[in-house]
Design a protein around this ligand. Sequence first.
Ligand code: ADE
Ligand code: ZN
Length: 326
Amino acid sequence: PSMLDFVQQLPKAELHVHLEGTLEPEHIFSLAQRNGIELAYKTPEEVVAAYDFHDLPSFLAIYYAAMDVLRTEEDFYELAFHYFERAAAQNVVYVEPFFDPQAHTSRGVAFDTVINGIHRAQKDAAATLGVESNLILCFLRDLSAESAAEHLEMAVPHLDKLIGVGLDSDEKDNPPAKFAHVFARARDLGLKLTMHCDVNQKDILEHIGECLDLIKVDRIDHGINALEDDSLCTEIARRGLGLTVCPVSNRFVVQNLTAAEIRDMLARGMKATINSDDPAYFRAYMNENFMALVEEADFSKDEIRTLNRNAFEVSWMDEAKKADYL
Ligand code: ADE
Ligand code: ZN
């Protein structure tokens, strides 16, 4: 079979996808119409033409602006369910998606509206598409620690709907240490912990060090720059920490697919995984991320199998179910 057939048929897990980053241009239009919102663009094609990112802040500005069309529980249900349909079509059987509640409460959308819509889509996707998922609440690191703490308390009545917490948005001058108290509380609530250590950010090696020594994360999102420090690599490998790498996202944000870095991680025994990050914006879901590595760096079936197996291994899936995939 062709490499695309091989990638397609492999049952896959995705551990780094922002649900708001799955908002497709066509859906922006249908939501705007339903909610009576005037858009600055006339067609979905015009929206895509305006996707001009070259670094993290230029991406985030477009990502946050588009979310304004998400208002009702039904909107969040559709956002998540449409993503799960695309996942199912690519034989992605397990997902740990992120969502950004502060990007919605700041616009007057209630926390419960957001999480209830997403949760209902998760239940329907498991029942009708066979896609299982566990949700991760992300805090926006460019907002205050107090705001993060308030949102964690809003989540307490919904703990049964969450597997973990993460940290995303603009990393510059927003180190893990800023959120040490919030993440300690999340750990006490029984949640898993992960944080973005985005590629080539200011003070990135300090941020990765804080994740390991201060926050004691269960996983790292991206984490590419750890390769610059042998002691960080050794510790990440020793702990068996997963690294959720996003090749096509990296091509947009740092103009590099990071294929060599992914190979280096595997050679060092680090549990690298492949993910889409914001697939509607980077125009690449899971298959397209694997195929970019195949087409541009000649990744082999064995390498793809290893990366995909790592994803199941470092996932927070029920241990009994995990055994089916390992
Ligand atoms: N929010 C959505 N995608 C993100 C990314 N790649 N990095 C940081 N914050 C994000
Ligand atoms: Zn991300």
